[in-house]
Design a protein around this ligand. Structure first.
Ligand SMILES: [Zn+2]
Ligand SMILES: [Zn+2]
Length: 496
């Protein structure tokens, strides 16, 4: 839970820094409201099966995100008594623009302030052939194994270099982001790994960072060779098993194949040789981005990029004919600069972006691993953490061993490992909900979740006591107009 949208309940005051977000007014929200039931009915009708529960839940929670009728926190200024209602957010990790944006800021801030020390870092990006992306998209455990093997390849190269430089027992570390998507709402599971450009060694007096020279093009290729030689024996048998499986794909699988096929962005690297990039059998490894140890803003940007939302609301617009246009940052392989989508097509794409439950989107390895005994000595010391000043939580200790996910949005629970939610809102909206325009500080009076009191308070304030209604399903059984389900066998075939 985190505060999200606020409604004024007192008299309007000029200069109020924080305004209600009104998610129900966005094109995405109205599109989902209008077409969600139709999309469900269409899926059932065509595929004879439902979407997985975690996907349905993600949409349902998104529809309630930031809507006061679903509950809120009452926040009051201790100085002037001014009150705000702050609606709850859905904490969605799939496509909710507000929650995925906040997650990006939260993750980035957490990593820069509490995990990654002041050392030079390099981004290593591993991408996979399409057949492998599909396997990984459907199997979170496989994602974990592939990432582990990939990092072992990088770490082995780093340790070798360190030993050659005379280091004894060098240790490497990585913070990795699992991205499930490309720039065109296309399914593309790949990895962004932020890795110190050096290793850690234990010496008398503590742990020291030993910088290593940047990898050459040959080094990157050698690392990729090693990774692919480990991945092929893991992934090929799974591909064979998928091929042998004669059952039709479930609706989510069909949507995944479609999302993988239909909007491939142009190969950014085709035809021009990039530095510190290697390609092998459909796999690629890039290690071209380097951040100086003092460039903490650059590091925050890099981490934010790794944790970025898959969907950008600002790029979505409505066409007069009812279709939607999604502007792309990079053109597709056929030159198109926008995606044109029927509303239910957009919903199908969004469904493929939802990560399965418990599939962590950011991971820690090596010295940053939750169980690593080196972690406490490597992460920034607690006194280096900037105090938010108004924070009511205890000074944060170093991240606790149980944390493997840096990204859970901070809630009102006093979890000292997390950044206070008001500070997160500040990062996202650049306005501090807990700072009153009178100069005083606001405190949370209560969290209201019971429909009775919620409705009563909203009615008293003249605010809508129910969320905006969902349109009924408009799907009628009959000849399917787009026939996407019929294309699936062909798409499956093309994966081979
Ligand atoms: Zn005040
Ligand atoms: Zn949300």
């Amino acid at each position: 839970m985190g505060g999200d949208a606020a409604a004024r309940s007192g008299p309007a005051a000029p200069g109020l820094g924080y305004r209600r977000r009104e998610p129900e007014r966005t094109l995405l929200h109205s599109t989902v409201r209008e077409h969600w039931k139709t999309f469900l009915a269409e899926t059932e009708e065509r595929a004879g099966a439902s979407l997985p529960r975690f996907v349905v839940g993600e949409f349902e929670r998104y529809l309630g995100c930031g809507i006061l009728a679903n509950g809120f926190a009452r926040v009051r200024c201790t100085a002037c008594g001014d009150e705000l209602l702050v609606a709850f957010s859905c904490k969605g990790r799939g496509f909710c623009p507000s929650c995925t944006t906040r997650r990006m800021h939260d993750t980035s801030a957490h990593l820069v302030e509490r995990v990654i020390p002041r050392v030079p870092v390099r981004q290593w990006v591993l991408s996979l052939p399409r057949w492998a992306r599909f396997l990984l998209a459907r199997d979170p455990a496989l994602i974990t194994r592939v990432l582990d093997l990939a990092l072992r390849g990088v770490f082995a190269w780093q340790r070798l270099g360190a030993r050659r430089a005379g280091a004894r027992d060098p240790r490497a570390g990585a913070v990795s982001f699992v991205q499930r998507f490309g720039g065109a709402l296309n399914l593309n599971v790949h990895f962004h790994c932020v890795i110190p450009d050096g290793v850690f060694v234990r010496e008398e007096g503590g742990v020291r960072f030993l910088p290593l020279p940047p990898p050459s093009d040959e080094d990157v290729l050698a690392v990729l060779r090693r990774i692919v030689s480990r991945l092929e024996p893991l992934l090929r048998p799974q591909l064979e098993a998928a091929r042998a499986d004669a059952r039709p794909l479930d609706p989510l699988g069909a949507a995944q194949v479609e999302a993988m096929q239909s909007s491939r962005t142009a190969q950014p690297d085709a035809g021009r040789a990039k530095k510190r990039a290697a390609y092998l059998g459909g796999f690629s490894l890039h290690a071209g981005v380097h951040i100086h140890e003092n460039d903490r803003e650059g590091l925050a940007h890099l981490c934010g990029y790794g944790a970025r939302p898959p969907f950008s609301q600002e790029r979505l617009s409505a066409l007069p004919d009812g279709r939607l246009s999604y502007r792309l940052k990079r053109p597709l392989h056929d030159g198109r600069a926008t995606l044109l989508l029927e509303p239910t097509e957009l919903l199908r794409r969004l469904a493929t972006l939802v990560p399965p439950p418990r599939a962590h989107l950011s991971r820690y390895h090596g010295v940053f691993a939750p169980a690593s005994r080196w972690r406490q000595e490597v992460v920034p010391p607690p006194d280096a953490i900037a105090s938010p000043g108004h924070c009511d939580a205890a000074p944060p200790p170093a991240p606790a061993p149980a944390a493997t996910e840096a990204t859970a949005p901070a809630g009102p629970t006093r979890n000292p490992r997390r950044i206070p939610w008001a500070e997160l809102l500040l990062r996202v909206f650049r306005a501090d909900v807990l700072a009153c325009s009178c100069g005083g500080r606001r405190v949370v009076l209560a969290y209201l979740t019971d429909p009775g009191p919620v409705k009563a308070i909203l009615a008293h304030l003249g605010l809508p006591a129910t969320g905006p209604p969902l349109a009924p399903a408009r799907f009628t059984a009959g000849p399917a107009e787009s026939g996407w389900q019929d294309e699936v066998p062909e798409l499956q075939q093309s994966l081979r």
